[in-house]
Design a protein around this ligand. Structure first.
Ligand SMILES: [Zn+2]
Length: 304
């Protein structure tokens, strides 16, 4: 099944806020939140978490990576629930130590709020992103106990970003990936999201593909269960290969002209999709990062 709404998925798993922004809640002895959307959703997350924990708050917040739409409301949650431990990869903690990165997160978070407001959408909050510190760095393969019969395993899955980490709950076969396995459009098309490195992204997906997954919580828009969840990662790998080839052939056609390749790929890949709602500049920025990564790959191969 493909789920595209927030709310209860199972007794212990809830999607908080709005499905377009990731924030998942695991109801257990040591309740956990996975990702913390943008700051505009912060108050709504806090209210929903309060209700589900009888005011106690979560024990943990696990962050998949330090993009503004995944960690935007982390500081708001920490202020509301000071006992909550913020956990992420070591590379994620390093991102937060860089003033330039904090500035970029703050600016993108603000421009997203302005973008939604300009579209006339319901914007529940307008607070800016605030920096926060990490309470616990998780190593690849490290397990955190969430209760007598529930644990969460951190899996390092770089490629979307260097700091990307996925989280797997083996007892319930739930996998939270952030954008490590791309994003699915309404028609089933899967956007590949290697922004830092193609090879890392590809091998991270291969690593996740061996897991037994019953509920797959993607970074945005959709959760998949049962057969859809099991089939997703192998499909995402196929889309990843397809998209790399598309970039390679388009670069060949344009004689290496990146601007023209971006225009052609957008026209072919993105414009025909009925739910292509991402602002053009964001799509093109990400596309350029993917093209540059493929160019690096070709350069490295030519040297070997
Ligand atoms: Zn991201």
């Amino acid at each position: 099944m493909i789920i595209n709404r927030a709310g209860a998925i199972t007794h212990e798993l809830h999607a908080l806020g709005h499905i377009s922004l990731p924030a998942f809640f695991l109801k257990t002895e040591a309740p956990a939140v996975i990702d913390a959307g943008m700051s505009l959703m912060g108050e709504r997350y806090i209210q929903e978490i309060r209700e589900m924990t009888n005011g106690r708050g979560p024990a943990y917040l696990f962050l998949t990576h330090m993009h503004y739409d995944h960690c935007g409301s982390a500081a708001m949650l920490k202020n509301a629930f000071p006992g909550m431990q913020i956990c992420c990869s070591e590379a994620g903690e390093r991102v937060l130590e860089r003033p330039r990165a904090i500035q970029t997160i703050r600016e993108l978070n603000r421009s997203a709020i302005d973008h939604y407001k300009a579209l006339g959408e319901d914007v529940p909050g307008t607070s800016d992103f605030e920096p926060f510190s990490v309470d616990r760095v998780l190593a690849d393969g490290e397990t955190v106990e969430l209760g007598a019969d529930l644990s969460l395993k951190a899996i390092s899955t770089p490629g979307h970003t260097r700091d990307s980490m996925s989280f797997y709950v083996p007892e319930k076969k739930i996998l939270f990936t952030g954008e490590a396995v791309g994003i699915m459009a309404a028609n089933g098309y899967i956007f590949s999201e290697w922004l830092s490195d193609y090879n890392d992204y590809f091998y991270s997906m291969k690593q996740l593909a061996v897991l037994d997954v019953d509920i797959l919580c993607l970074g945005h828009e959709r959760m998949l269960t049962g057969g859809d969840a099991a089939a997703y990662i192998p499909r995402a790998i196929q889309y990843c290969i397809y998209f790399r080839k598309l970039i390679e052939s388009t670069l060949e056609e344009t004689g290496g002209d990146v601007a023209e390749a971006k225009r052609r790929i957008k026209e072919k890949e993105y414009d025909p999709l009925p739910d292509a709602t991402q602002p053009d500049f964001a799509y093109l920025l990400n596309l350029e990062a993917k093209i540059r990564s493929v160019q690096r790959l070709e350069y490295e191969q030519s040297r070997n």
